[in-house]
Design a protein around this ligand. Structure first.
Ligand SMILES: [Zn+2]
Ligand SMILES: [Zn+2]
Ligand SMILES: [Zn+2]
Length: 424
């Protein structure tokens, strides 16, 4: 069967996450977005683990379902088509260490098929850090040492998280290594997948040959429930833990990803947010901010250039389609400028109505026929058509500031010209 999986999420126990991030809200947003499998996140945290054990029941396929399904109430009047939402036990941990006086910090994802495997993982990891402090615990051990521990635990899998981001990543510019083999040493060959990050896409990844052969996963890393599904993985195989990871290992049954436009990510360009300095990768002349003299944060597009070693365009690029959260598309259509468009009543109303009509968000973005959207809301059809054809204008994100994607130019959005431009 075809299904969609978002495998990097957190609970409200992880740092800088929403208080409302829990199983019930993840369940609801999975329905609204059109996701089948959602990670639990944070299973090393004792209080969250207790909640997982109390609220989840085994589905018989290595995933879990909620014992008690919550009513849909995250948005007033929201309705979505029915589907079973499966949870996959997961955690993200932070490896923090010094080598030759340089500080390294890398984030790594770990998955478990059952609570017994979770118990083995938590027992092993508790020797290296305090698991009660944060849903994403800091561990005093090197990335390859962590990977070795996970390799020894049955029914557990390991995936390096958001590998390109400047901070907290395996090959990131600021705190990472210069190659996966330097990061994972003798076990690097055991890797079968990496998570790319919101600011990278498969086209960028294919410029660096160390990633050839690895499956490029994409997840939301949602810190609030409504950010679920910013990026997701597509599968066409048996629905279950073993089959899903087998698809990641062999690429058989892996159908690619839905990718956020990488410029939308908050680490695409190199820059310095305090000074409003953002520099395209091909215009970088140094790593110092010209305004204040402090170091620039190296963006993902520049990091890819630093490590790039394949100039030739490859034929075997992993399949993917671009996505942008539907509330942001409605915000553009309604001329609302906001970083949290669903907080605006008109956007929330338009979004809720569209989800009720078409069933879920991913169907609208990539499945529903354009003619059907055209009949429903012509302007939306134009935006979706442009999304599907990668016709957009982008202002790239940098140093923690999200980028902007627009499907219309100012002329088209001008009230007087609108009819002409869109339907003329
Ligand atoms: Zn992370
Ligand atoms: Zn995370
Ligand atoms: Zn500066």
């Amino acid at each position: 069967m075809f299904y969609i999986a978002d495998l990097h999420t957190h609970s409200h126990y992880a740092g800088a996450t929403s208080k409302s991030l829990n199983l019930e809200t993840l369940y609801q947003w999975a329905l609204i977005k059109g996701i089948d499998v959602v990670s639990t996140g944070d299973f090393t945290h004792p209080a969250w683990l207790k909640e997982l054990q109390e609220k989840l029941q085994p589905a018989g396929n290595g995933f879990y379902t909620l014992k008690r399904l919550p009513p849909l109430n995250v948005l007033p009047g929201i309705k979505a088509s029915e589907r079973t939402i499966y949870f996959c036990l997961s955690v993200e941990v932070s490896c923090e260490y010094m080598i030759n006086n340089r500080k390294y910090r890398t984030h790594q994802l770990i998955y478990a098929k059952d609570f017994e495997a979770v118990h083995y993982i938590n027992t092993a990891l508790s020797k290296y850090g305090n698991l009660t402090l944060d849903g994403r615990p800091s561990l005093q051990l090197q990335s390859h040492e962590l990977f070795k521990i996970v390799l020894d635990i049955p029914r557990a899998y390991f995936v390096p998280a958001h590998v390109w981001t400047p901070w907290c990543s395996s090959i990131g510019a600021m705190e990472g290594h210069d190659s996966l083999s330097d990061c994972f040493k003798d076990v690097a060959t055991e890797l079968f997948a990496i998570e790319t990050s919101l600011s990278a896409d498969p086209l960028m990844c294919r410029q660096y040959d160390e990633l050839d052969g690895l499956t490029l996963l994409s997840n939301s890393d949602a810190h609030s429930p409504r950010n679920l599904g910013r990026e997701v993985n597509l599968l066409k195989t048996e629905l279950g833990y073993d089959a899903m990871f087998n698809a990641f290992k062999t690429k058989q049954g892996f159908a690619g990803t839905y990718e956020l436009f990488p410029q939308k990510g908050k680490c695409y360009n190199t820059g310095h947010r305090d000074c409003g300095v953002s520099i395209d990768a091909d215009k970088i002349t140094g790593n110092i901010c010209a305004v204040c003299g402090k170091p620039l944060t190296i963006g993902v597009s520049h990091r890819v250039q630093q490590l790039a070693n394949c100039k030739a365009v490859k034929e075997n690029i992993q399949p993917f389609k671009y996505v942008l959260p539907l509330p942001e598309i409605f915000a553009e259509l309604l001329n609302i400028k906001s970083d949290t468009p669903l907080h605006t009543v008109s956007v929330a109303k338009a979004y809720t109505k569209a989800i009720a009509y078409f069933g879920n968000e991913f169907d609208i973005l990539h499945k529903v026929a354009l003619e059907d959207i055209q009949r429903y809301y012509p302007k939306l059809a134009t935006a979706i058509n442009r999304l599907r054809n990668n016709e957009k204008q982008a202002v790239a994100g940098y140093d923690g500031i999200y980028g902007r994607i627009n499907f219309f130019n100012e002329y088209e959005l001008n009230e007087k010209q609108k009819q002409l431009a869109l339907f003329g």
